[in-house]
Write a protein that binds this ligand. Structure first.
Ligand code: URA
Length: 437
């Protein structure tokens, strides 16, 4: 006779029939799935019922708590400032976009103001790049740190970007792999609980969510992005984490680079006080929110980029993880150029097309175990709003394997929309701000 408290089929039927699961049923479902008592096909059916019928706020919160409880929780409460006071922690999560290298300048920038930034990151899959893949372009840099090494770096440098350990929300790893192959990644309750279980288990005191919306994002419509943002802000708030979300445009890539080494290069330009205006704007906006979440207001964030303090932190952060700040970044062996087909104003540069082109050139991976090319990617020479002339370079393709050019070129050609002179594209970057309700 089974000693289990519930039956998987009963739980699937409740969600199939638009019912509400009790906290005990949710705790059991996540625990039983992690133990292998609920079969993969049963969890797939439950995920599909959730995708179709949704979950209410208390169900999503319980689902998230159950995933957190499947693993360890990090604890930064022992971190101290030099005067003995508790060091506050703040973190950022982006739902993923093309050219999104913001974490690289952001973590050291925020650490300048004495707040610790424990940035647990991932590798890329598909058309969006992964923060760890980018940093691994730096000679010697190590993504894997023990919890002790992470604490030491947070106390001595103030910022760390490293791989999330396997112990954080292990139920999510199993569930995410299943969602990936059963068409259930897009369920907002499942996305929100997946992201927030890892962020809450990570133990940060404040969190800023950069929820991308547009062609290169998970969420294609503003309505869906708002729902995801509100759901995540509520989850963070209910768990005692000061959480705010910015809704930001991902119809066009961020900055002028999409790849690994070339995104590190652009991040270093930002830290040197230069770089593309959109990357600077978003880095400052997110840093301001992260600091406000930790109670720090009225500081001049932009000045710390201009005067070299953020760069000093970056160099300390990179060398603490074995990276050689002075080694040249890898360069792709081959390059080829895509030219503008007409005179006019560039009114669109489709983020998804550019992201897939960078991926096809070797910057991203199709399967988790694939390697990435550090030097591969796309360097853009024009952004929406710029006037372009027929025959002028629009983008440079970079790869070690030139046979990839012909698979990337059509995407970059179709990515660009060129309208008659005088046209003005819609170019807002920060679309909305969502705080707790
Ligand atoms: N990122 C995650 O961590 N989980 C999701 O479900 C989607 C994006």
């Amino acid at each position: 006779m089974s000693t289990e408290n519930f039956d998987a089929v009963d739980i699937i039927r409740i969600k199939r029939d638009r019912g509400t699961l009790s906290p005990a049923q949710i705790d059991w479902a996540i625990d039983a799935y992690t133990r292998g008592v609920i079969a993969e096909e049963q969890m797939a059916a439950l995920n599909m019922a959730i995708l179709l019928n949704g979950m209410d706020r208390s169900e999503i919160s319980q689902w998230t708590t159950a995933m957190i409880n499947s693993g360890e929780r990090m604890d930064f409460s022992s971190l101290r400032n030099s005067d003995g006071s508790v060091k506050l922690t703040t973190d950022k999560h982006s739902t993923g976009g093309v050219g999104d290298k913001i974490t690289l300048p952001l973590a050291p920038l925020v650490a300048v103001f004495g707040v610790a930034v424990p940035q647990l990151s991932g590798r890329g899959l598909g058309h969006t790049g992964g923060t760890l893949d980018k940093l691994e372009a730096i000679s010697g840099w190590r993504a894997e740190l023990s919890n002790e090494a992470m604490m030491t770096q947070l106390s001595e440098v103030g910022a760390v970007i490293c791989a999330a350990g396997a112990g954080l929300a292990p139920a999510d790893k199993k569930l995410y792999a299943l969602r990936d192959v059963t068409g259930t990644v897009e369920a907002i309750p499942l996305i929100a609980s997946s992201i927030m279980s890892k962020k809450i288990a990570e133990g940060t005191g404040a969190l800023v969510l950069d929820v991308k919306v547009g062609s290169g994002a998970f969420m294609k419509t503003r309505e869906n992005a708002l729902e995801l943002a509100r759901t995540m802000v509520n989850l963070g708030t209910d768990a005692g984490v000061h959480t705010v979300a910015l809704l930001t445009n991902m119809d066009t890539p961020l900055g002028l680079t999409a790849g690994n080494a070339i995104e590190v290069e652009e991040s270093i330009e930002i830290l040197a006080g230069g770089g593309p205006a959109d990357v600077v704007e978003l880095t400052i906006a997110l840093a301001t929110e992260m600091l406000a979440g930790a109670g720090i207001r009225d500081v001049d964030v932009a000045a710390a980029l201009k005067d070299g303090r953020a760069m000093d932190k970056w160099r300390a952060m990179i060398s603490a993880q074995g990276g050689d700040n002075d080694a040249p970044l890898p360069v792709a062996k081959e390059s080829d150029v895509v030219y503008a087909p007409a005179d006019g104003v560039l009114t669109g540069l489709d983020a998804m097309d550019v992201g897939v082109a960078a991926w096809r050139l070797g910057a991203g991976r199709a399967r988790r175990e694939d390697p990435v090319q550090a030097g591969a990617g796309v360097r853009l020479h024009a952004k929406p709003g710029d006037v372009v002339r027929r025959g002028q370079p629009l983008a440079t393709m970079l790869t070690d394997t030139p046979e990839r050019f012909e698979r990337a070129r059509p995407l970059l050609e179709s990515a660009a929309t060129i309208a008659p002179m005088g046209s003005r594209p819609e170019m807002s970057l920060i679309l909305d701000r969502i705080a707790a309700t």
